[in-house]
Design a binder for this molecule. Sequence first.
Ligand code: ADP
Ligand code: TRP
Length: 325
Amino acid sequence: MKKILLSGVKPTGRPHIGNYFGAMRQFVQLLNSGDYECYFFIADYHALNLIQNAEEMKRNTLDLAIDYLAIGLDPNKATLFKQSDISAHTELAWIFDTIVTVPYLQRAHAYKDAVAKNKEINVGTFNYPVLMAADILLYDADVVPVGQDQKQHVEYARDIAQKFNNTFCNGNECDQGGVFKLPEPLIMEDVATVPGIDGRKMSKSYGNTIELFASRADIEKAVMSIVTDSDSEIPKNVYAIHKLFKSESELKPLYEANKGKYKVLKEALIEDIGVFIKPLREKRAELAKDENAVLKVLADGADKAKIKADAKLSLAKKAIGVQVN
Ligand code: ADP
Ligand code: TRP
């Protein structure tokens, strides 16, 4: 039996090269390793905390599905679906809500960050880790590849699984091992945080990204605005992005030979990003021509995922006593 791997991505905007090197590329590698039974889903209900416009939600969801197909997540090898197609996610989240305490959720980093920014927080944002636990536990996931920022959420899923098993699986039919398997995070940390064009972490929320499917003109615009510090001959922000695309042994002589020549180095970076992005962009354009085929991939994925999720939900409902047989 292969280990089960699951991860979700929110459809909140165009992916950037930080997302690619920090997460998306690893998904493809893990899938192609053949070591796992893989589930990848679009976390649209998580995104609803941020995207509250139907057209935008539809567009982002379809775009993300196309992106994932374009980078090589093969629907014949992995189950690709969207969260909202499987009602077991929200149903199980409610069950978990009844065993998770408020102080426990108040300790979540994402919640604390939002509080620190004095944001008025909706219940969905507060409950975010509970829905995420349901996402993970419904599929008996062994490993959950996520960025460092999501590690705590996977730990929450473990805790919630354990708490459910302890609360409901004593001396009844779910006794052997409990209903839920304890997942492990797989922290994709061999890639350091990709810096944005301003030197901070590349992030949609900072507006400092280089988009993964960017046109040549967009790449040029982004690279030319990479902030360069005048106190060093090697522009460190340019170099940090460049080394995603070329080995350091290739880069060292180039940067050595062009000390202080920021424009030349940026032009070399534009070239290298362009070579890397071109085939991805072409594949994406091809896929985008047939949106119905993409929607069909998600529908077929949902059919498969639903069987598994519903079976697990049914076990949970038996364990809590709301389902008799
Ligand atoms: P953003 O900060 O742009 O909103 P997300 O929070 O949606 O990005 O992140 C999606 C995935 O991409 C996560 O697994 C996250 O760890 C990874 N990721 C995002 N930004 C970076 C970055 N700058 N470097 C490496 N990985 C990143
Ligand atoms: N919270 C994750 C993020 O922001 C997305 C996500 C939702 C997820 N459900 C998940 C990731 C389940 C892994 C497993 O990136």
